[in-house]
Design a protein around this ligand. Structure first.
Ligand SMILES: Cc1cc2nc3c(=O)[nH]c(=O)nc-3n(C[C@H](O)[C@H](O)[C@H](O)COP(=O)(O)OP(=O)(O)OC[C@H]3O[C@@H](n4cnc5c(N)ncnc54)[C@H](O)[C@@H]3O)c2cc1C
Length: 292
């Protein structure tokens, strides 16, 4: 399969890239690692007239982990995130998502911004980032806006990013004391396979051992976009964490999910796996919260 013809720009700065996008709008498409976009172009699902590569813009490659916040440039590779001790120490579930993504070859090219931009319901990075309450900065020639990931995905392959905008930063607050998170993905094979179900959970406890002050559970592969398990989250608030509570939350998460039957599994099987992964990620989040 050959790529269709396109013009190619390689700006050196964000403002240069924004100028190009302002001029060409929907005729142009941003490309980072290209592991998703070029596949779609070869399949003729997308045929932009112009590709604007942001891979060599230094300000989009930064990782800045301060005491209050993690700021990730969208062009940070999945491999760099998977291997980062700095990120793993406080945002372990983000590293778990990165480690689960594809093969070493894919992880070396694929970027975190590209994973969000591709908006796949089975993507490995959205659940953990959403569970930590992440937001993205979208920049265009005339200004910037900040969008929470909860409001970012519009459907498979569709996001809030307007044709003239570039995602220029991903921001994640540092978890407070007594907080923890977990991410688990289920696929038929351990790598290079689309997930059947994936779940990330995040818990904040009032103090050592509980009760639960804050809970966010994010499920993938259960609808057109990643989805919060809202009734499961409600079932946790104010309660003392224990295995029985996590099992009940898993059961509630099943009712929050609307998966479909497909060749990867039946809707009933996926719902059952939502229950299991919710329980397990909550247990992992609690274990981490006890240590923090
Ligand atoms: C063999 C193989 C295995 C894979 N396995 C997995 C897997 O296990 N899990 C998984 O989640 N994914 C997987 N993928 C999909 C893909 O690798 C990831 O989604 C990857 O993170 C995409 O990043 P990228 O930099 O290559 O994105 P690109 O292909 O460059 O871009 C993807 C989309 O995001 C947009 N975009 C990128 N960056 C920006 C930005 N800064 N601002 C605005 N828009 C932007 C692009 O315009 C495009 O629409 C796999 C792909 C392949 C080919």
């Amino acid at each position: 399969m050959l790529l269709p013809k396109f013009d190619f720009d390689e700006p050196a700065t964000v403002s240069e890239a924004c100028e190009i996008l302002a001029e060409f709008g929907a005729k142009a498409k941003v490309i980072a690692g290209g592991t998703d976009l070029t596949v779609n172009m070869k399949k003729k699902l997308l045929s932009p007239e112009r590709l604007v590569s942001i891979a060599r813009v230094p300000e989009l490659q930064r990782v800045d982990a301060s005491s209050t916040m993690l700021k990730l440039g969208p062009c940070v590779t999945i491999a760099n995130i998977a291997e980062s001790g700095e990120i793993g120490k406080r945002w372990g579930a983000i590293c778990a998502g990165a480690k689960a993504l594809g093969s070493p070859l894919v992880r070396n090219r694929a970027t975190v911004g590209g994973n969000l931009g591709s908006a796949r319901p089975a993507g490995d990075m959205p659940p953990s980032l959403m569970a930590y309450g992440a937001r993205v900065v979208l920049t265009k020639k005339s200004g910037q806006r900040v969008v929470f990931l909860d409001n970012f995905f519009r459907g498979p392959g569709l996001t809030e990013i307007a044709p003239e905008e570039i995602m220029t930063e991903i921001q994640v607050d540092a978890p407070p004391p007594h907080a923890g998170a977990g991410y688990i993905n289920l696929g038929l094979r351990s790598s290079c396979d689309c997930n059947i179900v994936n779940v990330a959970s995040y818990l904040v406890l009032e103090g050592p051992g509980g009760p639960i002050k804050e809970a966010r559970i994010v499920m993938g592969c259960v609808g057109p976009t990643q989805r919060r398990a809202v009734s499961a989250e409600k079932a946790l608030i104010g309660k003392k964490p224990c295995e029985a509570l996590f099992t009940r939350a898993g059961e509630a998460a099943m009712t929050d999910s609307t998966p479909i039957d497909d060749f990867r599994g039946s809707a009933a099987y996926k719902k059952e796996m939502v229950k299991v992964l919710t329980r397990r990620t909550l247990a992992a989040a609690f274990e981490e919260a006890l240590k923090s």
